[in-house]
Design a protein around this ligand. Structure first.
Ligand SMILES: Nc1ncnc2c1ncn2[C@@H]1O[C@H](COP(=O)(O)OP(=O)(O)OP(=O)(O)O)[C@@H](O)[C@H]1O
Ligand SMILES: [Mg+2]
Ligand SMILES: [Mg+2]
Length: 301
């Protein structure tokens, strides 16, 4: 097969592993720098120009679109989809999962466990937002945050309110969430491919941090998840419409609650922790599923 991978940095562990796995199985995998793609949107047959040439002949495209270029990256992916190239994850599904509010609303609608979450646009609503989240301690999150940056614990009513007001003053969107203390600075990353759990790990925050992010100094270990956690992760990936997903859940007193669902989950932490060849499993999934024009949404947007 001829596979395209939309990515910017060819030296990232995840990207190198996917190239390696594809080549080991006899495929070619070209890394396409998303931002260097030019789109011809006017023609009847949508095309993508790359380094002066029209991209063609691809059987599948692996989107690894960074959070900072979601908008342009999804347009490029849609262009592939409209040209009939099978995407590992569809643009519509990635768009859903990148929007924290939208995804939480979808999870709630499907009865999946979530931390109690409040959101308001008006700075005057601080008291109400605090009340919905059940009062201090609460977790305050930047909607556009990543790698644990912009995730703050408001220990007391007073500190929570000043954090909310500071964020609001900076004119950024936030959500306020019940603090799941019983999770003990740990979360579980569950890796789903094609509706099956293929690997999972528990990440625990550094000594003095409630955030479990490995980027913030957390550590990871292998873990056996419960059937309820497994079902939650599979369902979360399904309602997002993602073939490949990294589902993050916290163990709360009221069962597993979903933190977020990642559409381009990193491979380094989880492959090194579990010893499972996830890159190989992803390529295998592509082999078994890629078919020209076979997408649920066909880039309908
Ligand atoms: N409501 C909560 N209760 C307890 N701990 C939380 C809560 N929300 C977040 N955390 C902790 O903080 C960490 C970071 O939060 P979150 O995953 O929402 O944002 P992020 O890591 O910045 O986003 P991304 O994972 O996309 O980089 C979580 O992994 C979890 O350990
Ligand atoms: Mg996120
Ligand atoms: Mg996270």
């Amino acid at each position: 097969m001829k596979i395209a991978m939309l990515a910017r940095n060819p030296n990232l562990y995840s990207h190198k592993r996917l190239v390696e796995a594809a080549e080991a199985r006899g495929h070619t995998l070209d890394i396409i720098n998303t931002l260097r793609c030019t789109m011809n949107i006017t023609s009847h047959r949508p095309t993508i120009l790359y380094n002066g040439e029209t991209l063609k002949g691809y059987d599948a495209v692996i989107p690894r679109i960074g959070a900072s270029i979601t908008h342009y990256g999804l347009a490029v992916l849609r262009q592939f989809e409209m040209g009939g190239v099978w995407p590992l994850n569809e643009s519509v599904a990635i768009g859903r999962s990148r929007d924290k509010l939208r995804s939480m609303q979808i999870f709630a609608k499907h009865g999946l466990g979530l931390p109690v979450t409040a959101f308001a646009h008006d700075p005057k609503q601080t008291d109400e937002v605090m009340k919905i989240a059940g009062g201090a301690p609460v977790v305050i999150k930047l909607l556009e945050g990543t790698q644990g940056i912009g995730v703050v614990l408001g220990d007391t009513e007073r500190s929570a309110k000043s954090v909310i007001e500071a964020f609001r003053g900076a004119n950024v969107n936030i959500l306020v969430q019940e603090f799941i203390k019983e999770a003990g600075s740990s979360d579980i990353r569950i890796f789903v491919i094609g509706g099956k759990v293929v690997a999972s790990m528990m990440r625990t925050g550094a000594e003095d941090d409630f955030r479990s992010n490995l980027h913030r100094g957390g550590s990871a270990k292998m873990i056996k998840i419960t059937p309820e956690e497994r079902a939650t992760a599979i369902r979360a990936a399904k309602v997002m419409g993602l073939n490949v997903a990294g589902v993050d859940v916290l163990r709360s007193n009221h069962g597993p609650v979903i933190m977020e669902v990642n559409s381009s989950p990193g491979l380094e932490g989880i492959e090194k922790t579990t010893g499972i060849d996830l890159a190989g499993k992803i390529i295998e999934f592509i082999e078994n599923n890629a078919k020209a024009g076979k997408t649920a949404t066909k880039g309908k947007g």
